[in-house]
Unconditional design. Sequence first.
Length: 206
Amino acid sequence: MHKYSAPNPTKLDRKFYERSVVEVARDLIGKQLIWGAHSGIITETEAYSGCDDPASHAFKGATPRSSIMFGPAGIAYVYLIYGMYNCLNIITQPEGQGSGVLIRGMKLSVSQPSGSDLSQLNRAGDLPNLDGSGYLHLNGPGKICRHLNITREHNGISFLDHTDYYITEGLLDPNITTTTRIGITKGTDKHWRFVLVESIKTSLDK
DNA sequence: CGCAAGATTATT
DNA sequence: ATAATCTTGCGA
């Protein structure tokens, strides 16, 4: 059984996001993401650093697209990949450094399961729920944005000063593993992918 | 201005 | 394995 932080958890603040991108990526695992009417536990992240990371959009410096990565921490960076999927990132580190965390997986709270959601709801052995309802495991950055209706229109919104877009405390003591990052051809040596162990699919899952 | 590559996903 | 689909950034 998981332990959750106390009710009325505090919103993660600028100091949290301003740290090293790898630390922030790791520490976002198990946190609760609030996105409008949606909320869920973050289960998978990847760190993308700046000029030292060839896989990062910030590698070659600020471009029209990547300049947001060099801005202040705690800001959403949403980009389109392969012409059809959006990806949500959160900018980290002090201004001018160019880095961000890709949100790759989450357990979305589903209080009124219906239709196609029903067949995908996770059941036995899964994370317990905050409110007694179900979780939908969104494993993949494109799936998250599709389900939560996150688009490039949200590029630049702040997680620090909105009442309906923010991240709070979640699991008290999450088990986290690291692997190399997914879907990239450069920077494959860095183990900057973080996964909540309890969310890893096993043969016992349905 | 043309073009290749891309932090993905669903399907075969 | 591969198609789908279009933006971005680079080089000419």
